[in-house]
Design a protein around this ligand. Structure first.
Ligand SMILES: Nc1ncnc2c1ncn2[C@@H]1O[C@H](COP(=O)(O)OP(=O)(O)OP(=O)(O)O)[C@@H](O)[C@H]1O
Ligand SMILES: [Mg+2]
Length: 597
């Protein structure tokens, strides 16, 4: 049964691993996201082809028009040419409108799908994953990277396809008018393609570094805003300011650098096309003198060349954006590729017992970094009874609480509920039987009412109120400015510690689960609130299998069993009076605390 600890590299998103090949990323994008939009894609491409062919036609029609000028011709003929020109531009506009809106929709849809998929994936990820990655970094991937992808997908698909198609038609016109000339004009093409590729590679690297720095930036902001009280209390404003200064300066330098790289493409393109145009004119002069080319043909050719210049010039810009998009896609995929380890077994069953006893059986547990938190630990909590766990800080008390809802899996031994190994139960049914009141702040930035109903969104107001009354929270809630509709602020900042806890208790009441896990629910309270919370907890514990972790021993004297934990092992176990009589660790701890109070 023994499993090696999960290597940390599986959990931590690689800051910058080996870069994936462009083809690999494109194939994955296509298979995962584009395929389902194929019909829209084809329609948009048809409209693009219409626009592109009309651009070609616009260049082509210059030849007959120019050749008519100054020569005898019928009015009718000229009118028809005029009508044709109007038609060409009308169709070009219509095609442009439709392909733009269709492609934009597809692009937005794909990125929204990616975003939703990322969040869904994160929700199934292990707790250990969230501990290994800062929330700022994760937020940055879901926002910054997704936005870079959004721009890239929309822009690149349209520009590449449309530019490509337009080039095909224009090059067609050029070859039709004079293929010698066309070959000459395109001699510069491989040279510029080489530069575009070089610049693209550089851009991808720069963009990846930029996104990493953006992640660091979000992470920093997130941390300082969350800990703003401590930043101020310890006078660390200056230090935090200089940290943010450094990161933003880095982003600035990377931005400037990437702009320099992409701006370099412009003069390159100018010089190359200057060369091409000069060649074309010299050669045209000669061809017209020879009679192989009419003046109209020259105009038409030059028109096509000038029109082709724009999509060619844009290639470098689009390529830069494309590379940035690929770098972002790589980071997004890295997040999607982290597989959760805590998942339902294929044969997992829904928890269907009447006996909700909890048993830890010879449990060994190590955190990902190798810290052995529990060392061959066995604890039994009979159905409906309360077991209290006490012991010094770092003994492994919270760890035990974390193992029961399978936030982590044990490496050795097993945890059973009503005789069933928790790993054989579906996560959803396991967790639906557990109410947790933990050491962490547990409130969301929402109304009191929504916070109480968090584990049971369909609860009626009556049920919410009953839970609040039972948790001794109703009175203070009614005293809040908007009563049950008061917004509590992020992590409940607008409430006192005791009020926060009573709301958390009311939530657990409403959840009405047969197993109750309490982690130091009373640590932050003064005597009076503590009495209220204690009374609330006692009510909550009735008839439920309860594991309670408490630092204040006075609060757990009437637990059915008290387990004294030290460095991950049970050192003493028994009822309060038994343990006192034994005059061991517990008696000493209790004596110390009694002196303090
Ligand atoms: N996410 C984690 N990653 C690595 N080690 C951890 C993690 N959480 C806890 N530990 C380590 O595991 C051990 C037990 O921690 P635990 O949180 O269970 O202690 P505790 O008994 O609840 O302490 P306290 O009374 O201070 O809350 C400690 O040595 C701690 O450093
Ligand atoms: Mg703890």
């Amino acid at each position: 049964m023994a499993q090696p600890p999960i290597p940390l590299t599986n959990l931590t998103l690689l800051q910058r691993g080996k870069s994936q090949s462009t083809w690999f990323l494109l194939r994955r994008l296509f298979r995962g996201y584009l395929r389902s939009h194929i019909s829209g894609f084809v329609t948009a491409t048809l409209f693009m082809a219409l626009t592109a062919s009309m651009t070609g036609a616009a260049a082509q029609i210059i030849a007959p028009i120019t050749d008519q000028l100054g020569k005898p011709h019928s009015e009718m003929h000229m009118l028809m040419l005029g009508a044709a020109v109007m038609m060409i531009f009308f169709l070009r506009g219509v095609g442009g409108y439709f392909h733009t809106i269709i492609m934009n929709r597809i692009g937005q849809r794909i990125v929204t799908d990616v975003q939703q998929q990322m969040y869904r994936h994160l929700m199934t990820s292990d707790l250990a994953f969230f501990h290994a990655n800062s929330s700022g970094q994760l937020i940055s991937r879901l926002t910054n990277d997704v936005n870079v992808m959004r721009q890239a997908v929309g822009e690149c698909m349209t520009s590449t396809l449309k530019g490509g198609l337009t080039l095909i038609f224009l090059v067609g016109v050029m070859f039709y008018q004079n293929w010698h000339l066309a070959l000459g004009a395109f001699a510069v093409f491989p040279v510029s393609a080489y530069f575009v590729m070089r610049v693209g590679k550089r851009m991808r690297k720069l963009s990846a570094s930029m996104q990493t720095e953006n992640g660091n930036y979000s992470s920093l902001l997130n941390q300082t805003f969350q800990g703003i009280r401590h930043v101020k209390a310890y006078g660390m404003e200056g230090l935090e300011d200089s940290r943010v200064h450094d990161v933003t300066e880095k982003v600035f330098r990377l931005n400037v650098k990437s702009f320099h790289v992409s701006a370099l493409m412009n003069p390159m393109a100018e010089i190359l096309s200057g060369l091409a145009i000069a060649t074309v004119f010299t050669y045209c002069d000669w061809q017209v003198a020879q009679g192989t080319l009419t003046t109209g043909g020259v105009y038409s050719f030059v028109m096509a060349f000038i029109l082709a210049y724009d999509p060619m010039k844009r290639t470098s810009k689009v390529n830069a954006q494309f590379q940035a998009g690929l770098a972002a896609a790589e980071r997004v995929f890295a997040l999607l590729d982290v597989e959760p380890t805590i998942v339902d077994k294929p044969v997992a069953k829904s928890l269907d017992v009447t006996d909700y006893s909890v048993r830890l059986d010879d449990v060994v547990f190590r955190y990902a970094d190798g810290t052995e938190a529990l060392h061959h630990l066995s604890i039994e909590v009979p159905h409906g009874k309360t077991v209290a766990i006490v012991g010094p800080s770092g003994a492994g008390k919270s760890t035990i609480i974390n193992l029961i809802p399978r936030f982590y899996d044990v490496q050795e031994g097993r945890i059973m509920i009503g005789g069933v190994d928790v790993r054989d139960i579906t996560l959803a049914s396991l967790r639906s039987k557990i109410a947790l009141v933990s050491q962490e702040t547990a409130l969301f930035d929402d109304t009191v009412r929504a916070n109480i109903a968090y584990g049971k969104p369909d609860a009626t107001f009556d049920e919410i109120e009953t839970a609040a009354v039972a948790a001794f929270a109703d009175t203070f809630i009614r005293g809040l400015p908007q009563g049950y509709d008061t917004i509590v602020g992020e992590h409940g900042v607008k409430l006192s510690g005791g009020q926060r806890q009573r709301i958390a208790i009311a939530r657990a009441m409403l959840r009405n689960a047969p197993i109750l896990l309490l982690d130091e629910a009373t640590s932050a309270l003064d005597n009076e609130s503590e009495r209220a919370v204690q009374a609330a907890l006692k009510r909550l514990q009735q008839g439920r299998t309860t594991i309670v972790v408490a630092h204040r021993l006075s609060t757990i004297v009437d637990a059915d069993q008290i387990v004294v934990l030290e460095r991950g092992s049970v050192v003493e176990q028994g009822a309060h009076t038994e343990l006192l009589a034994r005059r061991g660790v517990y008696a000493r701890l209790y004596g110390l605390q009694a002196e303090l109070h």
